[in-house]
Design a protein around this ligand. Structure first.
Ligand code: AMP
Ligand code: TRP
Length: 346
């Protein structure tokens, strides 16, 4: 049984089938510093779409437990990621921002949904295959991870899930098991659509444009962190590989240039064609010099706000606890409904 097929993106004017304001949910694991790929592929879209939707954003610390984690580091990374969201422009006045483990409904819902998820479905998940490949300590949590992700989304009647391309399969699974629950137990869940922006969905490593920019597999020069100082950014951009030739023009045989043009375009707001035109006859050196300044200009305010917020962690904790209260008010009744429909409780 497969959920009805879907369009992969939504628009702000889309009111869905329910006629209410569309709800957006997304989450990110607290696994260390965010990089430009996370920002351009996910966080930036969360921030820019914030006013058009009702938003719920979550630091998914339970998901982080699926790989070996140090408790002290996990707690520090959780606070740091939430602080980075705020520094990048997530506004707690219009958005529910919370830590996944603070809302225990997610864990209970996961067990309930695991009963409508098939082993074979989980085995097909490419993220599981990638993350388990070559490890001899693969946890059951890594395998059941997509069920928890599905619950994150389904508990909030989510319409749209803004994520990078790599998460599409998990959103499809969410729809499939949500649909299966609805069929078996009665209409309970809204079936969400992934919101994947084609531009920025895959920012590539600066030293290898055939590999995704990634903190787990990246070398020091392959990624730009949101907290990088201007000089580090300039150095990394200068060292970024380029394709053969000297003209600033993308194309199917120019993966490195395409990546740099995408970054430039997304951060400057100019289209790739406009950027190509701006650099006609100017060569790679001038282009990379200016690209570095565009990145510095966009990341500096985020880094500075981060420093300010870091000085007051209790305020960030207060925002997260308030977010958890607001999240619980939505997830609690939904979980009660699930329990009731499944015949739990007497
Ligand atoms: P991760 O760092 O893998 O936990 O991913 C967090 C979020 O950032 C997810 O929504 C990913 O799809 C997105 N993301 C991660 N790396 C990239 C990348 N290189 N390009 C675009 N989006 C990315
Ligand atoms: N699996 C997502 C990732 O690796 C993180 C995540 C967990 C998530 N729960 C979510 C993303 C719910 C969107 C919605 O990036």
């Amino acid at each position: 049984m497969v959920a009805p097929t879907i369009q992969s993106t939504g628009t702000a004017t889309d009111t869905g089938t329910t006629g209410r304001r569309q709800r957006v949910f997304s989450g990110m694991q607290p696994s260390g510093n965010l990089h430009l790929g996370n920002y351009l592929g996910a966080l930036r879209n969360w921030v820019t779409q914030q006013e058009a939707y009702t938003n719920v954003f979550c630091v998914v610390d339970l998901h982080a437990l699926s790989l070996p984690t140090d408790p002290v580091e996990l707690r520090a990374n959780t606070l740091e990621l939430a602080t980075t969201f705020l520094a990048a422009g997530i506004d707690p006045a219009q958005t529910i921002l919370f830590v996944q483990s603070d809302v225990r409904e997610h864990s209970e819902a996961q067990w309930l949904m695991s009963s409508v998820t098939q082993f074979g479905e989980l085995r097909r998940m490419t993220q599981f295959k990638d993350k388990s490949d070559g490890r001899d300590d693969v946890s059951a949590a890594l395998f059941t991870y997509p069920i928890l992700q599905a619950c994150d989304i389904l508990l909030y009647d989510t319409d749209l899930v803004p994520v990078g391309e790599d998460q599409k399969q998990h959103i499809e699974l969410t729809r499939d098991i949500g649909h299966r629950f609805n069929t078996r137990y009665g209409e309970t869940f809204v079936l969400p659509r992934p919101d994947i922006k084609p531009e920025g969905a895959r920012i590539m490593a600066l030293d290898n444009p055939l590999k995704k920019m990634s903190k787990s597999s990246g070398t020091a020069n392959s990624l730009i962190y949101l907290v990088d100082e201007p000089d580090a950014i300039r150095r990394k951009v200068r060292r970024a590989v380029t394709d053969s030739g000297s003209e600033v023009r993308g194309g199917t045989d120019k993966p490195a240039l395409n990546n740099l043009l995408t970054i430039y375009s997304l951060l400057s707001g100019r289209s790739v064609a406009q950027v190509e035109q701006d650099y006609e006859g100017k060569g790679y050196g001038a282009f990379k010099g200016d690209l570095a300044e565009v990145v510095v200009e966009k990341l500096t305010p985020i880094r500075e706000r981060l420093e300010t917020l870091n000085a007051d962690p209790d305020e960030v904790r207060r925002i997260l606890h308030d977010g958890a209260d607001r999240a619980r008010a939505i997830a609690g009744p939904k979980l009660d409904q699930m329990r009731d429909r499944m015949g739990l409780g007497i």
